[in-house]
Design a protein around this ligand. Sequence first.
Ligand code: 13P
Length: 281
Amino acid sequence: MLSRGTAILTDALAAGRAVGAFATYNLEQVQAIAAAGETTGLPVMLLAGSSHFNHAGRRLLATLALTAAQESTTEVGVHLDHCRDLDELRWCVEAGYSSVMYDGSHDPYEDNVARTAEAVRIAHDHGVWVEGELGALAGDEDVTTGAGSGAPDTMTDPVQAADFVARTGVDALAVAVGNVHGFAPDAHLDLERLADLRAAVTVPLVLHGASGLPEKEIREAIGLGVAKVNVNAELRRAYLHAMTEELPTVLPADDAVRLWRAGREAVRRSAHDTIGQLVRP
Ligand code: 13P
């Protein structure tokens, strides 16, 4: 069923876990992520966001994600990831998304506050919750490697975070605490800063860029109030590797369907395993 409201986050926190939020670009990934929710019996979130629309088209991908959520036997959130366009955000809210992220993290602080507050007004009118972001992550949302780790001056400042949450009314806050988009072998979380952020704000925290982060650090982050963990590169890698392995066996018969199925099953397994790891220590 399609998730409604912030209980998907608060229930996870109360149960000592975080919701797995997985980026999706196509039909097979949508199906795989929803299936991982069903095979774990836990809520899951589909990140059908702005950069994914660049590949699949907004209406098509949104329709796929919303339909999969409605048809699922477990709770599935459909979330607009990394949106910087308020018209797009309004479109997704009106289409039935359960949550949206306005990402003003690369803007000057006052612009981020003003535009995120406007996103909150638009979304709350429709009963949709909003994630804001403060502090900037290194790396590209669609690229797997080469990000390097976040410089300390891009990390989220706890005092500013308290001001940001109070002035915007966001329901969840994405933080930059050493996490980066894509695989970055040297990336480590600044757990002390995360503890300070937890003390500074009351809303659930969101950890982007979970691919490749040590499992122990992710679990400690969940113990410090992270309620949603975003994953993208790991699923893309699982998809590609499975298709590469399968390719020689399907080529002689031009059996593309078997190739797509292999990719889908690899994504399901990867998401399933990640969901199982998202528990506090
Ligand atoms: P990764 O690609 O590092 O998993 O990051 C995903 C993400 O944060 C999507 O918003």
